[in-house]
Design a protein around this ligand. Structure first.
Ligand code: OOG
Ligand code: NI
Length: 455
């Protein structure tokens, strides 16, 4: 079979992303409504902002906007994590970054599987925020053991999926028809199952330990818990959600609205209450809330210096006000957020000259003199565009988790970052996001200087 041409991992990922989106639209109709709203708002923004439209077109990013989404899953065991890494690798998705959510009161640690490199991101940027449950943070030892035993018995992958992963690894990829089958099998892992694996009583006890424990342990697999389209105007989408019958969470996570967007802003709509059947002598009907919708707006990736400034400003905000889940102080929170973030330069030249963000360089074809990048930029021989942040923010992620787990889910765990354990379980190191962005920036500068004969 080694003579059959292989489909590129980017193609397989694009098919997978659209299959997941179709499945989720079917399972969670409000997600479909949100997609239409986002498409409408994005079209309006491109219409009223021709400069943005031209910049996105010049950097080959227009097409990806409507394709753009991320999703999230929560796994139960190290073995599941190790296999999911192999599954995502078939689609050119690799673990980037380590997020410790324990310090924010959620007993998981996470990475994001995503395409790496500008070409793959432009082809299809689908990412999956993947969390691993940390039973070690649950204090009830008997419950912990019970949960671990249940998790050890389940198999979240179909046999055909596992054999296609083997095939892809041995043959260096999949043929078109194998890829089609692979996508169909892989999607099965993320499907919602309304039949719980555990008795109603155990569900209640797991839920009592932490709602997230119940969500991970009680079901047959790691159902996709949200999918997130990217919008060019998150404030507009947030404002229009209620009119469409979708209740957004109280505040938008992340930085405030700015002229030069940085990092990531996110908001979500509340999780649905879904009917669940618990097994037993007499089946018991119940409900579970886990699945929701989210939107995101992405801005420039920050350097470690920029990120330190961002983190310290956010800390200052949170020292003054913590957003209440019921929205009662939302406008006060947004006002303070805006005030505090005045200290973050809101001008691309300042962001670049102070080394706060990463930029991608390109040659314009205009005449060039000298070889200093800043001078070439001023002459118009080179251009410089912000590199979009492709990753996540732990404080924001915790806010998203919490708004969908209920406020009683806020618990204090001893912060216990454990990247080494996570990477052991994963079976590979996670990529350092800063090194990756710095690499893209450096390569783009080198290539554009070469293109104008200055290297
Ligand atoms: C993941 C929450 C994190 C994001 O966009 O920050 C996330 C989850 O609830 O499983 O998706
Ligand atoms: Ni998300």
């Amino acid at each position: 079979s080694s003579r059959i041409p292989r489909l590129s991992p980017d193609h397989i990922r694009a098919r997978f992303s659209s299959a997941m989106s179709a499945m989720y639209r079917d399972e969670v109709p409000a997600y479909g409504t949100l997609l239409s709203l986002v498409a409408e708002v994005n079209a309006e923004v491109l219409d009223r902002d021709p400069v943005l439209a031209a910049n996105l077109a010049a950097t080959d990013q227009i097409d990806r906007i409507s394709e753009e989404r991320h999703g999230a899953i929560r796994l139960g065991t190290a073995q599941e994590l190790a296999t999911i890494r192999r599954l995502f690798a078939v689609m050119g998705m690799y673990p980037v970054g380590y997020y410790d959510l324990s310090e924010a009161g959620v007993p998981v640690h996470s990475t994001a599987f995503r395409p790496v490199g500008q070409a793959a991101l432009r082809r299809n940027p689908f990412r999956v925020f993947t969390s691993l449950l940390r039973l070690d943070l649950i204090s009830d030892r008997a419950l912990r053991n019970e949960a671990a035993a249940i998790l050890a018995r389940r198999d979240i992958f179909t046999p055909a999926c596992l054999s296609l992963i083997d095939r892809a690894e041995c043959d260096g990829g999949l043929s078109d028809s194998e890829a089609e089958q692979f996508v169909a099998e892989a999607v099965e892992t993320f499907r919602w199952h309304s039949d719980a694996l555990v008795l109603a009583d155990l569900y209640k006890r797991l839920h009592g330990a932490h709602r997230l424990v119940a969500d991970v342990v009680s079901f047959k697999g790691p159902h996709i818990n949200h999918l997130t389209p990217r919008t060019l105007d998150i404030d507009a989408v947030q404002a229009r959600m209620p009119a469409l019958g979708i209740a957004p969470k109280a505040v938008i996570e992340g930085p405030p609205r700015r002229h030069c967007p940085i990092l990531l802003r996110q908001t979500s709509f509340k999780a649905l209450q879904e009917a669940v059947r618990f097994p037993g002598d007499a089946a018991v009907e119940g409900s579970h809330t886990a699945r929701f919708g989210e939107i995101e707006a992405r801005g420039i990736a920050l350097t470690p210096k920029g990120r330190t400034l961002y983190d310290s400003l956010l800390d200052q905000v949170r020292a003054r006000i913590v957003p209440a889940a019921d929205g009662s102080n939302a406008s006060e929170y947004m006002r303070i957020l805006g005030d505090v973030f005045e200290a973050f330069p809101d001008d691309w030249d300042a962001i670049r000259s102070q080394g706060l963000g990463y930029f991608e360089w390109s040659a314009t074809g205009r005449p060039a003199a000298g070889d200093d990048p800043e001078a070439l930029l001023a002459q118009g021989a080179l251009r410089c565009d912000p590199i979009i942040y492709e990753d996540f923010l732990p404080v924001s992620a915790a806010g998203i988790f919490q708004s969908n787990l209920g406020d009683e889910a806020v618990q204090d765990f001893a912060a216990s970052r454990n990247q080494r354990q996570f990477e052991d379980d994963l079976g590979a190191p996670v990529l350092d996001e800063f090194a990756h962005y710095a690499g893209i920036e450096a390569a783009s500068l080198k290539a554009s200087l070469q293109a104008i004969g200055r290297a």
